[in-house]
Design a protein around this ligand. Structure first.
Ligand SMILES: *Cc1c(COP(=O)(O)O)cnc(C)c1O
Ligand SMILES: [Zn+2]
Length: 560
């Protein structure tokens, strides 16, 4: 069969046709091979035909190792939105922070891309039974597509995988095999099982369709970022202008995602569609960070972590094998990047931040990428003005108790009806116990809507306050006089009447002089200005450099 692609051996360079079951290189027997395409031809297609195609990953079918352009098994994978981070962006001082919301795939993680392309490829090859090992999401995604393709699937899961995820795998009709061991050991058991039975075994980064599925994330990011810069290209009559971000950030376990995404950007660069390959930030958990350790020691091979210490099962690949070697080499040759780790606790806290600030409920693994972003901004490795895309890689199946802690719900216990004249009376009495009569009043004076929205959101999502807003100094002063708030959060740079003037007047009036004030400002203060504020305010926070819990901490010490 003539084909629009072929595979190239990474070891001996041999170019050969692709056959899903012929895994090794015919010349050197190597296992590491990659798909190649007719890039100059594809470039023309990309520039002209894409605009009329549906927004899912098959729109790029000329660069996928599948012969049917739109396979029947598709569930509409890919085409996930690129969302601008509004509150989180403001909080971190990043004006170009985007979230690739991979939770919106058919099985709620970015593994859908890998599964869709791989299962389509297996179906084209007539394969009807397959074996995978998984930390959870691969098994879920493969199971959904295997169901549509008529492929019997065996999923070997480490016992660390949360029970909810295991049951999700089972409902698709996959045979779940729970292996009481680490993920790396579960992989070995699966490989042995497949070998004995002569079944197809998924090989992660060495599986050509899997890498190809993942690279579509890069295409979508570059295409959508370009559209944001140049909306409605059809009106200008011009082709879409593609645009690479400065950073792509992802939580990493086995590393298939970044390997695929790196290849995707490299292909776009080769075709001249983007002018650079982005830097990649690969984030691991501290308890299972073989890649980070190797990177910090400038080693090309990662030493396996034999007993991962993390609650985040999704990211528990202890032995990344050659994937790390390949990834770091390509990062160094391409746009650069970094490997970094964060603790489980940082990830759990970031889950709250994402849900409360951006409306995104994510699984702990996805939060690891965002916790990494925060760390890299704080250490100056990523600059706030950089264009950053974070892969929001998966949705949480069920919030485990460890993430929420105590006190997240209030109870309403209805007394028996007999003790009240009417049922309504009983209900109202019960509800009155849910809320206090009076919450501390907090006045926010800031002329920037984004800043007001962020502070408001932080306070409404994590406490009970009566919140008031003023959009300039004069209005703020007026509200302070009439309402006597328990606390004022004040901006400094405002038109008409600035924060310094507001402060002078508050302090000059005995009725408002004792109201505590937190200044939140974007201004770099001079020594003279700091002098002016000293003794007048309780606290000073720099916009874009404090997190929600830091602001709340200040507030809670000032108002009870
Ligand atoms: C698999 C997975 C990761 C890690 O991805 P790799 O590219 O395989 O290292 C991160 N987050 C989620 C939600 C995942 O399912
Ligand atoms: Zn070879």
């Amino acid at each position: 069969m003539s084909s629009h692609f072929y595979v190239k051996c990474l070891d001996c360079g041999l170019e050969a046709p692709y056959a899903p079951l012929a895994i090794n290189c015919p010349r050197c027997n190597g296992e590491w091979r990659e798909a190649r395409y007719d890039y100059p031809n594809v470039k023309e297609t990309f520039l002209t035909k894409l605009q009329s195609r549906p927004y899912n990953l098959w729109r790029y079918h000329e660069l996928l190792p599948i012969h049917t352009p739109y396979p029947e098994i598709s569930l509409g994978e890919g085409g996930t939105p690129l969302i601008k981070a509004i509150n989180l962006g403001t909080m971190l001082g990043c004006s170009n922070l985007y979230i690739k919301d991979e939770r919106q795939g058919p099985t709620a993680s970015f593994k859908d891309r890998q599964a869709a392309v791989t299962i389509a490829s297996l179906k084209e090859a007539g394969i009807t039974e397959a074996v995978i090992a998984s930390t959870g999401n691969v098994a879920i995604a493969y199971s959904a597509y295997a169901a549509r393709a008529g492929i019997k699937l065996w999923a070997f899961l480490t016992s660390l995988v949360p029970a909810e995820k295991m049951r999700e795998v089972a409902i698709y009709g996959t045979q779940v095999v729970k292996v009481t061991s680490s993920y790396d050991q579960a992989k070995q058991v699966a490989a042995e099982f497949a070998r004995q039975r002569g079944l197809y075994l998924d090989r992660g980064t060495r599986s050509i369709p899997s890498v190809e599925g993942m690279k579509t994330i890069a295409y979508e990011i570059a295409e959508r970022l370009g559209l944001r810069l140049q909306p409605a290209p059809e009106l200008n009559g011009g082709p879409i202008r593609w645009q690479a971000p400065d950073w792509y950030i992802q939580a990493v376990s086995g590393g298939l995602g970044p390997v695929g995404v790196q290849k995707g950007f490299a292909e776009l660069y080769q075709m001249g569609l983007i002018d650079k390959i982005p830097a990649i930030a690969a984030i691991q958990t501290e308890g299972c960070s073989p890649m980070v350790q190797a990177w910090q020691k400038k080693e090309k091979t990662a030493q396996p972590v034999h007993s991962p210490r993390t609650h985040i099962a999704t990211l528990s690949t202890g032995d990344p094998g050659r994937t790390y070697t390949l990834l770091q080499e390509r990062m160094l040759q391409g746009g650069g990047g970094i490997f970094e780790s964060v603790s489980d606790e940082e990830a759990f806290r970031t889950m709250h931040v994402l849900a409360k600030m951006e409306g995104l409920s994510v699984e702990p693994a996805a939060a690891v990428a965002f916790a990494g972003l925060i760390k890299l901004l704080r250490t100056g490795k990523i600059k706030p003005h950089d264009t950053i895309v974070v892969n929001c890689s998966g949705h949480t199946m069920a919030i485990e108790p460890i993430i929420l802690g105590k006190g997240w719900a209030r109870n309403v216990v209805l007394p028996s009806q007999a003790s009240y004249e009417t049922p309504e009376e009983g209900l109202l009495a019960a509800l009155s116990r849910v809320t206090a009569d009076r919450y501390p009043k907090v006045l926010i004076i800031d002329d920037t809507p984004e800043a007001r929205r962020l502070i408001l959101r932080i306070m409404q999502s994590q406490g009970n306050y009566t919140l008031m807003e003023a959009t300039n100094g004069r209005e703020g002063l007026d509200l302070a006089n009439r309402q006597r708030p328990d606390l004022i959060i004040l901006d400094l740079m405002m038109p008409e009447m600035d924060g310094f003037a507001v402060l002078d007047q508050l302090k000059a009036n005995p009725d408002t002089a004792s109201i505590p004030v937190i200044v939140v400002t974007a201004k770099e203060l001079t020594a003279q200005e700091k002098e002016r504020l000293s003794g007048q305010i309780e606290s000073l926070l720099q916009k874009g450099s404090f997190m929600d819990n830091e602001l709340l901490g200040e507030i809670r010490t000032l108002v009870k």
